[in-house]
Ligand binder design. Sequence first.
Ligand SMILES: Cc1cc2nc3c(=O)[nH]c(=O)nc-3n(C[C@H](O)[C@H](O)[C@H](O)COP(=O)(O)OP(=O)(O)OC[C@H]3O[C@@H](n4cnc5c(N)ncnc54)[C@H](O)[C@@H]3O)c2cc1C
Length: 434
Amino acid sequence: MTTHPTPAQAPTPVRPADAIVVGGGIGGLANALALTRKGLHVRVLERAAEFGEVGAGLQIAPNCTRILDQWGLLDEVITLGVVPENLVMRDAVDGSELTRLDLGDARARYGSPYVVIHRSDLHGTLLRACQRAGVDLVTNVAVTAYEQGADSATVVHDRGRETARVVIAADGLHSVARKLVSDDQPVSSAYVAYRGAVPMGQVGQLDIALGDVVVYVGPKCHFVQYPLRGGEMFNQVAVFESPKALAGQEDWGTPDELDAAFDETCDNVRAGLPLMWRDKWWRMYDRDPIDEWVVGRVALTGDSAHPPLQYLAQGAVMAIEDAWVLSEHVGSQVAAGADGASLDWDTALAAYQAVRPEHCRRVLTTARAWGNLWHLTGDERLWRNDVMRSREVGDYSFVDWLYGATALAPEDEPPMFEPLDASASVPAGAPAVV
Ligand SMILES: Cc1cc2nc3c(=O)[nH]c(=O)nc-3n(C[C@H](O)[C@H](O)[C@H](O)COP(=O)(O)OP(=O)(O)OC[C@H]3O[C@@H](n4cnc5c(N)ncnc54)[C@H](O)[C@@H]3O)c2cc1C
């Protein structure tokens, strides 16, 4: 890996890059690895001084682990993570179980496991795979602008400029590249997340199911718990709506708001709160879906293209799917004899553009609706609980469209689930569950 402590000129590429990837998060590294596996020379430009990830746990569903398996990384990911037995939803006020997904059953249905893993472990797995594959990994380079050529794109950065036949922009929520296709801004949900991943020895007093991912859904809040690192760590996420954000105050999401938000929740939830990290928190933003991710030879991927609210746990998953889809379209040309110099990028990018934005639009809009459903109050909460309790345990219609095989072409995109029947029992004002 090439690292430079001072902002001099960026290091000369080991060999000319067929593709430049901007951003070395999970999305950027996944793209770099996937294209390198197809025989391309890829250079990653990362703004930070080191490659890494801040945060705690990540849930990765079968539509992601299937791809990691194809890349030869699933065994490592399982070793570093945990394969949970169930996804359990509980009411955060009374603690009662609302519904569950048997993840053993789901593994049989989708042919790949549901895994929970520390995000630095997933990022580290991808980074090591990139290093083994020979990806040119460069840190301390902040890309500030993009220019189009006839058959190429150029990135302008704080240490120079570089050109390749294609540039993949994986620069996250505040993407510079996204400005090429949209002048939109991140959308604040007024919700904030606290995280905490602690050694298992610290959670002895909690009443927890060690094999499960549990989400407690409550009035304008929810609370997630699951084990990490082979059961050595325990991960918790507390999410709530910030009154200060709604009032337009700058300092929103502070720890006093955390404590107040969970006042009415059950003992199990409140017992977990003291273990949250209280010195940092994450304000929850997404963006409206956009239809165009490709302009000339620049393509958006990951959060730069489709940052979601995290309620479906599909943000990193979608980024890895993006990488797989683009690389499969590249791979079909490589199989027919193309190489990095002769590849028809316009065709590959068009195939990517044809299928991914619609899938991710569905995820983004459903994640917003799913969050609304989780956070209902009063009578609407009771209605939500009835709906959840009435779900048949073997009914996968709400997740088949997510966890099934990733579509390579629009005609392979699975149908969405049927919206819930908004019958007379639904209280006025309850959101449509789309
Ligand atoms: C609380 C929470 C829980 C979540 N849980 C899940 C989950 O369970 N499952 C799941 O799949 N997803 C989850 N997500 C979403 C997931 O974390 C993101 O969708 C994913 O990490 C996005 O990866 P990315 O590589 O696209 O972007 P990022 O992780 O933002 O990476 C962008 C990279 O680009 C670099 N960069 C930025 N600008 C520049 C520039 N100008 N020049 C060079 N480099 C630049 C940054 O330094 C960074 O390394 C969660 C998110 C949150 C907030």
